[in-house]
Unconditional design. Structure first.
Length: 154
């Protein structure tokens, strides 16, 4: 129980501190483009499976490729290197909405939680958005978290 509470406190502190460094813009419009962030180290087949799983037409969304250098830019010094790793394999589908609050779902993420992603969005001033963060197999999820940050920075 104590470890879980400590992890939650660290996650909140990490999320709040990332935005002071990242400079995420405060004005997020409800008509922003749906964005898919894709881990750079996924195979073409894994990316295609991601699109199918999410029911996404890749021509109808903005696609951002997230690599390990981006993860390090956003997270280094806030998350240990062993959690960040050396490859980026997780993805995020970010769908801005005009109402409905924040809806965050995650699958196959072992370190990043739905709460961390929601907290990052709230800190950025996002009130209405759907996010689905996933990977083809269990990974930390730092690529998906970086992707969500990058999607709103872009």
């Amino acid at each position: 129980m104590r470890k879980r509470i400590l992890s939650g406190i660290i996650a909140c502190a990490l999320t709040f501190s990332m935005f002071s460094v990242c400079g995420v813009p405060e004005d997020i419009s409800a008509d922003a483009v749906p964005t898919v962030t894709v881990g750079a180290d996924l195979t073409e087949q894994q990316v295609f499976a991601l699109y199918n799983t999410l029911g996404i037409d890749p021509n109808a969304v903005e696609i951002l490729t997230i690599d390990n250098a981006m993860e390090r830019h956003y997270l280094e010094g806030k998350i240990s290197d062993d959690i960040i790793g050396t490859r980026t394999l997780s993805c995020a589908y970010v769908l801005p909405m005009s109402s409905g609050g924040l809806v965050v779902k995650a699958a196959n993420l072992t370190w990043v939680t739905e709460g961390m992603i929601a907290n990052a969005l709230l800190t950025a001033g996002v009130e209405n958005c759907q996010v689905y963060a996933t990977a083809p197999f269990a990974v930390s999820g730092t690529g998906a978290l970086t992707g969500v940050l990058k999607a709103y920075e872009s």
